[in-house]
Design a protein around this ligand. Structure first.
Ligand code: SAM
Length: 258
């Protein structure tokens, strides 16, 4: 490929383009595309992953690219695919076709926000494979009582199962980032296992992790009642427990009482 004909890489965070075809093939293989799958790629950029997605021949392929120049270039390269030139943060995730798999080397500055929205709103998604900063990958897959375990972990694990797959080193990108990246898979939970009141859970998670070193008895002192007291004893937990020690399921059940 003639690098001179490509739009110049943007300097802002998250504009690192994959240039190693082996890694691109490995990331796309992770999505396990079947002929019946609809595939949506977020931030295709110069089409490093798109090339392999087209070869995998899903039922349909749509890409979401914010940059006008990059979107136009992809239109020229792949006239057969759907190209949406728009901000992924404004996409209506509920509008996806049933049986959609989502993939992307996500723009790092919006990756957490995008994942927060996608896992909770993309109810027709069957699987997602995302590249994120290594540090974010650890948060997405962390276990309770770990320093990486936080609000993002709890929210995402109340909607999907996550699996850390592999680390991606800086030298496979241009320009080279200063940090490692990693691939994470997301498997949506059945709808009946997800939070009944997501707004309530979201607010509760945010309240708790603003004060992650405080004890729950203290965080909940204004709402404290017999029901909450009983919940702690049923769970075998002391009210002195800190938010980082509750499992994602415990967050869900406790949020329904506060
Ligand atoms: N997938 C390509 C690759 O791996 O080489 C490019 C990845 S680059 C990290 C992120 C891409 O997302 C860029 O093409 C950028 O223009 C695009 N992008 C950035 N913010 C976006 C947004 N809010 N919505 C959609 N695309 C966005």
């Amino acid at each position: 490929m003639n690098e001179n004909r490509l739009p110049r890489a943007k300097k802002s965070l998250g504009q690192n383009f994959l240039v190693d075809k082996n890694i691109c093939a490995k990331i796309v293989a992770q999505l396990q595309i079947n002929p019946d799958d609809h595939v949506l790629e977020i931030g295709p950029g110069r089409g490093a992953l798109t090339e392999f997605l087209v070869s995998a021949a899903p039922a349909s392929l749509t890409v979401l690219e914010k940059d006008n120049e990059l979107a136009e270039r992809l239109e020229g390269l792949y006239p057969e695919i759907g190209i949406l030139q728009m901000d992924a943060l404004a996409f209506d995730w509920q509008s996806l076709d049933p049986g959609t798999k989502i993939i992307g080397n996500l723009p790092y500055n919006i990756a957490s926000k995008l994942i927060w929205d996608i896992v909770s709103k993309a109810v027709n998604m069957t699987k997602a494979t995302f590249m994120v900063q290594h540090e974010v990958a650890l948060r997405l897959t962390a276990q309770p009582s770990n320093k990486e375990y936080g609000g993002l972990t709890v929210w995402v694990k109340n909607h999907t199962e996550t699996e850390y797959r592999f680390k991606v080193p800086p030298h496979v990108f241009r320009p080279q980032p200063k940090i490692d990246s990693a691939i994470v898979d997301f498997f949506p939970l059945p709808l009946d296992q997800r939070p009944e009141n997501p707004e309530q859970l979201s607010t509760f998670i945010k309240t708790c992790f603003q004060k992650r070193r405080k004890q729950l008895a203290n965080i909940l002192k204004k709402q404290w009642n017999e029901q909450i007291e009983a919940w702690f004893s049923e769970q075998g937990l002391s009210p002195q427990t800190r938010p980082e020690n509750l499992s994602p399921g415990q967050f869900k059940s406790l949020s329904a009482l506060v």
